[in-house]
Design a protein around this ligand. Structure first.
Ligand code: ZN
Length: 136
């Protein structure tokens, strides 16, 4: 079941500069992690206990984030909704005719299992389904 917003992903060119901006609101950086599978460096800034801002900096020119910035510029990149069963959500979405980008879940930041739905299927929103690891 989709239960909450997990995080909002924001594409940035320079992680340190973006952190500088976002921490001016009083948010704090919980951690920084490199996700090799997506060629990004990610900074996590929790908002309350459940939601995070994730700042995404490309680590190479062929990173999906680098390509996104090239096309659309920096800014909000994706919305992630949390589910306790990402495979079930993907099947449900596919059965209902929504176009998936990922046919199988892939590893995301925070050891989550993630899958993306195509923005064309979601009225312009790149939507991530995210099964978080429950160890905190
Ligand atoms: Zn994400």
């Amino acid at each position: 079941m989709i239960s909450k917003v997990s995080h909002i992903g924001i594409a940035v060119k320079n992680l340190e500069e973006a952190i500088d901006i976002w921490t001016k609101l009083g948010l704090t950086v919980e951690g920084i992690e490199t996700v090799e599978s997506q060629k990004v460096r990610v900074a996590f800034l929790p908002i309350g206990k459940e939601v995070r801002i994730e700042l995404l900096e490309p680590t190479s020119e062929d990173s999906p984030i680098a390509k996104y910035i090239e096309k659309k510029g920096v800014g909000i990149h994706h919305l992630a909704l949390a589910s306790d069963d990402v495979i079930n959500e993907m099947q449900k979405a596919e059965n209902n005719g929504l176009q998936l980008i990922d046919k199988t879940p892939r590893p995301g930041a925070h050891n989550a299992s993630i899958a993306f739905l195509h923005p064309k299927a979601m009225a312009g929103v790149l939507l991530e389904l995210c099964q978080e690891k429950h160890d905190h």
